[in-house]
Design a protein. Structure first.
Lengths: 114, 113
């Protein structure tokens, strides 16, 4: 069974602090995505990384895909209360049988206090 | 462009009943996938449909089924509901098979009592 281990599971920080969320696996992924989900809503796609070593920035969020395409990280600089939510990493394993199937990490619940 | 639309948003059913959930993908998207989200298991893949055919299936019992229509709209059905089927059911659409970006609807919150 392919798994994505996400850490930490919970994070409570003060506004202005920096944080990093990690997503690790023993499997190679053809792509990896990060989502943010608010209570009662569906996940909203933040970014997709495809190439090993790739780094993408979205305002204060920086996403990195590991060189071996087995891990990824999300770094938030100067967190704001509006960043509060559940952050999910999700990947697609290599192989035609895995097409269309996203494997999700368990998620990181982030709370940013004013 | 409208996003993924799921109906109904909330549903309460009794054990043993069956339920049908609906998903309208983003216009032009041809691939639809379904996921179950629970606090204990997180998001788990149910199945994927493309061109009206189920292309991939997760590890769920046969009580969970689905279909896709020629306009790419999809439905999923759960028969003989159990308490453990209570969950947020999410539909995601993608432009084509193999495209990495999946866009999710708001989900249907199913409660089985």
């Amino acid at each position: 069974t392919q798994l994505l281990e996400q850490s930490p599971q919970f994070l409570s920080i003060q506004e202005g602090e920096n944080l990093t969320v990690y997503c690790n696996s023993s499997s190679v992924f053809s792509s990896l995505q990060w989502y943010r989900q608010e209570p009662g809503e569906g996940p909203v796609l933040l970014v997709t990384v495809v190439t090993g070593g790739e780094v993408k920035k979205l305002k204060r969020l920086t996403f990195q895909f590991g060189d071996a395409r087995k891990d990824s990280s999300l770094h938030i600089t100067a967190a704001q209360p509006g960043d509060t939510g559940l952050y999910l990493c999700a990947g697609t394993n290599i192989g035609s049988s895995n097409t269309g199937k996203l494997i999700f990490g368990q998620g990181t619940t982030l709370q940013v206090k004013p | 462009k409208a996003g993924v639309t799921q109906t109904p948003r909330y549903l309460i059913k009794t054990r043993g009943q069956q339920v049908t959930l609906s998903c309208s993908p983003i216009s032009g998207h041809r691939s639809v996938s379904w996921y179950q989200q629970t606090p204990g298991q997180g998001l788990q893949f149910l199945f994927e449909y493309f061109s009206e055919t189920q292309r991939n299936k997760g590890n769920f019992p046969g009580r969970f089924s689905g279909r896709q229509f020629s306009n790419s709209r999809s439905e999923m059905n759960v028969s003989t509901l159990e308490l453990g089927d209570s969950a947020l059911y999410l539909c995601a659409s993608s432009l084509e098979r193999g495209r990495t970006e999946a866009f999710f609807g708001q989900g249907t919150r199913l409660t089985v009592v």
